[in-house]
Design a protein around this ligand. Structure first.
Ligand SMILES: [Zn+2]
Length: 131
């Protein structure tokens, strides 16, 4: 087994800043995901620890760019750090086909915390009248 090098603070900060820039619409999705993958893939880790969450790179031959998934983040309706409900959408991490919400990753607009939240999906309509 090779020894895994723990990502440097600089690289973790760069990954976090790219994600926050995307949530604030300062960079495009493709730019953010490509740049994050470049940093993460220097390390031979499956999960790249950022601060209080991790990211994973998903490579698919069907996608023109790598997909960055937010992993191990806290689940909360509002920001778990400052309580703000001003958040920027990052990605739908998990689709719940039998529930009225999906799990989406978001970034707090006030304190830049990254967390998971319940995002309403349109499948609530499908279940209308069914209890
Ligand atoms: Zn916050």
């Amino acid at each position: 087994m090779p020894i895994l090098q723990f990502p440097s603070l600089e690289d973790r900060t760069n990954v976090h800043n790219l994600i926050i820039d995307y949530a604030n619409k300062r960079v495009t999705l493709t730019k953010m995901m490509t740049s994050v993958a470049e940093i993460v893939e220097q390390y031979k880790v499956l999960k790249f620890p950022v601060f209080d969450y991790s990211v994973k790179v998903i490579r698919s031959k069907h996608a023109s760019h790598p997909i960055i998934s937010i992993d191990s983040a806290r689940m909360s309706d509002n920001c778990p750090v400052c309580g703000s409900n001003e958040s920027g959408y990052l990605r739908t991490e998990k689709e719940n086909f039998d529930l009225e919400y999906d799990v989406v990753s978001t970034a707090c607009m006030d304190c830049s915390c990254v967390y998971l939240s319940k995002g309403k999906n349109l499948r609530a309509n499908v279940k209308k009248g069914v209890k």
